[in-house]
Design a protein around this ligand. Sequence first.
Ligand SMILES: Cc1ncc(COP(=O)(O)O)c(C=O)c1O
Length: 373
Amino acid sequence: MSSKKEKMIAKRMAYIDSSGIRKVFNLASKMKDPVNLSIGQPDFDTPDRIKESAIKAIREGKNKYTLTQGITELNRKILETYQKRYTMNPPQSVMITSGTSGGILLSFLCLVNPGDEVLIPDPYFVMYKHLTHLVGGRVVFYNTYPDFKIKEKHIRDKITDKTRIIIINSPNNPTGMVYSHQELEIINKVAQEHDLFIISDEIYDSYVYDDEYTSMLDITNNALVLKGYSKNFSIPGWRIGFALGPDWLISEMIKLQQFSFVCAPSFAQYAVLDNLDFDLKTIKNDYKEKRDAIYSLLKDDFEIQKPGGAFYIFPRTPSGQSGTEFVTKAIEHNLLIIPGNVFSESDTHFRISFAASIKDLKRGAEILIKIKD
Ligand SMILES: Cc1ncc(COP(=O)(O)O)c(C=O)c1O
């Protein structure tokens, strides 16, 4: 590191290490027209109806700051929807966040004291680890390998008197696993016994292919539930998410949003408000087809769990190769995927995003099968 950088950059940045993914993208930069199965966002374009609403909002001058917590009508409609859907555990409060990521950051800042331990599933969505470090917390992983389901013992074994938060993410990135009612009950039981607070990242809740989706709100409203529109409406660049939770927490998150993000993008809030009734059935069916396609293309050659949701599948690397070795080989064969150690403390798997054309999924699977030995 240059001495200026060393002197000036705050120590907390030392905990944020993006070298794993950077290495992959450095290798990938030399690829010509790769089969790209690495992308963590939808492959369909934003539906026209949603684009038109955003353009209309901009033209109508809805370009100012909104209320910090989001425009009143959007808040009201979202809260009403979830209060009606979860009558047993109606959420108390809502706020619109700058993407689901905005909700994750605000909640960590509001809940985690330096030295507090945050329980994170392994494999995990990378942001949880880095943001825990950023706020001075200690990351403690609970293992979900090999089937990526919740194991009560693995969680209990990791609880200490410093444990404060438990994170769950269903459907999961990178595994595509959807937790059952029973698994979420276990989380809630353990959390209650040890006075832990649950943060449930449900950003992929619209992409669940087999069973009825169970939200943490089916079990309890004493949790923070984070959802968003990046993946549902294919608007990841517009930065719209929302947080449902108890008043005591949402009010603190709103206070902090006022002095950080200020508000979520105005035009995007209006576009979402106009399209709350947008039917995702066709999009979901399309991803289900892709899920089925990639699973059947790979299931005889790789050890894989069939994902129940999101648009990721997380196979084990074949014949003892590390995720990094295997992905390097895949990149040499013009296929871009992500090694498991980007999402895990283990380097035994790799992530495929099936948010891609069936043609690319077939080409990708062919390459994977060719290079597996
Ligand atoms: C599990 C998970 N949570 C949160 C996010 C962040 O989404 P957003 O664009 O809403 O900030 C992502 C994005 O990939 C994700 O995979």
